[in-house]
Design a binder for this molecule. Structure first.
Ligand code: HEM
Ligand code: HEM
Length: 170
């Protein structure tokens, strides 16, 4: 069986997206469902919109790097587990892409990038804005579930003596 390997670039991009996505997910749900403070909700919302918008091209670059390498490795492999992992990772990529695109398209106002400059909003129709908002919420839930499964799979492999953490983080 041919082992999956990750380049340093892939490891860095995984680590950066892991930190940013986990923050956006946890703080987004905290602001939406738990916090009672309007000023804290507003501060988290403004920061997350800037961070999410800056992160969008970084994540698409990551998809480009990983698919280029992943496809060629998987096409050459005859191992069913490697194909399953590739499908699971592709679903994480797909739902993250939907979260990012719907996030940008649900903005009914200019997207301020940390107060430094603004990206003009793209959609004006109120019905489309609420459609993208629903898509954003549903895709966030799918991504959250996939990430729980991802972390559970990593823990399971690690406990079975398969050093997956080492090959992604070391
Ligand atoms: C929360 C903590 C996380 C841990 C401990 C973790 C751990 C890992 C490990 C060990 C691998 C290598 C698996 C293998 O070689 O079979 C991996 C791969 C991967 N992880 Fe995570 N991960 C985390 C979060 C995330 C997040 C937030 C994303 C969202 C994009 C993500 C997306 C991926 C993808 C797509 C791969 C496949 C390799 C690639 O294309 O870069 N992970 N992860
Ligand atoms: C992977 C990246 C992202 C994640 C994980 C994420 C996560 C979340 C979560 C968990 C919520 C709360 C959902 C709820 O109300 O049930 C949310 C709301 C929101 N997100 Fe995202 N998001 C991401 C990217 C973006 C981007 C790129 C933008 C726009 C540039 C954006 C704009 C918003 C807005 C405007 C809200 C609604 C805030 C409010 O209702 O006040 N998000 N996001």
């Amino acid at each position: 069986m041919r082992e999956t390997t990750y380049s340093s670039l892939q490891k860095w991009l995984h680590a950066v997206s892991m930190i940013i996505i986990v923050w956006l997910m946890m703080s987004g749900y905290y602001a939406a469902l738990i916090s009672q403070s309007p000023s804290l909700k507003e501060a988290i919302g403004a920061f997350n919109v800037s961070l999410g918008a800056v992160f969008t091209p970084v994540f698409f670059y990551r998809m480009y790097v990983s698919f280029g390498k992943g496809f060629s490795q998987v096409l050459r492999s005859k191992d069913a587990m490697q194909h399953m992992a590739f499908i699971a990772h592709s679903m994480i990529y797909l739902s993250t892409a939907v979260v990012l695109i719907s996030g940008v398209l649900m903005m009914g106002r200019d997207i301020s990038i940390f107060g430094i400059f603004s990206i003009p909003f793209l959609v004006t129709d109120v019905q489309f804005l609420s459609l993208f908002s629903v898509i954003h919420n549903v895709a966030c839930m799918c991504l959250g579930l996939l990430l729980l499964l991802h972390v559970a799979a990593v823990i399971k492999h690690q406990l079975c003596g398969h050093a997956v953490l080492k090959r992604m983080f070391a």
